[in-house]
Design a protein around this ligand. Structure first.
Ligand code: FNR
Length: 306
């Protein structure tokens, strides 16, 4: 995987499933992350070829529950993001998917309570003794797998602490580091601190993927200039209009929404995840209380949704 000068679709729970990743790539995303999947779930899965859809599915053994779905078309750009607090379990889980994806990313930045209570995500960055666990997870994956390994973090309390952490992460041999320019306590509306991402870029040799507050195509260059980062990663800007990745300019959001639903039907996406994503688009651009929003809320099937 090459992480220089790339536009990256960020990992987003319930959003970053196969249809959304393909949509973002069609508009110009070079690298597309899947939603974070916890190692506990992945270790229960087996790999199945889905001959009807032409996909590779990772399904909970003995059930029809698809935990991760991918296809050959995205093999060279899809990143599997894992939530984990344990090196051995992370390795067992990674071995199940690593041959079918372009890279594996470990999420060290999730501030949500389920991650923190499981000792995952940002919890791993919260205490110096736990940072040892982060490094162990990354080193274990690097030594035992022939796959590109990366890591995504948030900022720590001081820029100096984040730089120190980033340097230690770099020493594990990861290929790139994604940095969300917010601290655990920051709200999504607080501005991302591009200057603190710049401090990290200046201290590392590996590519840094800068993340936070890119909402227009023009922001990608601004962010690269301000941070010195090799690549930029976009979450909400893509969720609200995936054509943000297009150099030709954004398409109307409702055309993008329609294409997203079409792809969800084609790839048999989980309807709950489709509804969540469509609702997020509507909330941002319109209002859930209007007729369309109400209809989406009520829909149980793809027939209703379409
Ligand atoms: C996220 N984010 C996130 N981060 C991560 O590492 N793994 C994940 O699964 C998720 N899930 C997720 C879902 C949704 C709906 C949103 C909006 C965000 C955080 C995301 O990747 C990113 O770091 C932040 O949203 C900041 O980037 P933007 O939104 O300013 O471009």
């Amino acid at each position: 995987m090459d992480y220089h000068n790339k536009l990256v679709l960020a990992p987003m729970v319930r959003v970053g499933t196969l249809p959304f990743r393909l949509l973002a790539a069609e508009y110009g995303a070079d690298i597309t992350y899947g939603e974070e999947i916890i190692d506990h779930r992945l270790v229960k899965c087996e790999r199945r070829l889905n001959e009807i859809l032409g996909t590779i599915d990772f399904v909970v053994k003995g059930t029809k529950e698809v935990v991760f779905r991918t296809c050959c078309a995205e093999k060279n750009r899809v990143v599997f993001q894992m939530g984990t607090a344990d090196a051995i379990r992370a390795l067992s889980a990674a071995q199940i998917v690593c041959k079918d994806v372009a890279a594996l990313d470990i999420n060290m930045g999730c501030p949500k309570s389920f991650s923190l209570s499981g000792g995952m995500g940002a919890a791993l960055l919260s205490k110096p003794e736990l940072i040892h666990d982060v490094l162990l997870i990354l080193t274990t994956l690097r030594r035992n797998l022939d796959t590109t390994i990366t890591c995504k973090i948030r900022l720590l309390d001081s820029s100096q602490e984040t730089v120190e952490l980033a340097r230690r992460i770099e020493k594990t041999g990861v290929s790139a580091l994604a940095v969300h320019g917010r601290k655990v306590k920051d709200r999504p509306r607080d501005p991302a601190k591009w200057n603190e991402i710049a401090d990290i870029v200046a201290s590392l040799s590996i590519p840094v993927i800068a993340n936070g507050d890119a909402f227009e195509y023009e922001d990608f260059e601004r962010m690269k200039d301000a941070t010195g980062a090799s690549s930029v990663m976009i979450a909400r800007g893509a969720l609200w209009n995936a054509s943000i990745f297009s150099a030709k300019g954004k398409l109307p959001w409702d055309a993008v929404k329609k294409e997203y639903v079409r792809k969800c039907i084609l790839w048999d996406n989980d309807i709950k995840s489709t509804k969540y994503t469509v609702k997020e688009m509507i909330i941002h651009h319109s209002c859930l209380e209007l007729a369309e929003g109400k209809a989406v809320n009520k829909s149980d099937t793809y027939k209703d949704l379409a």
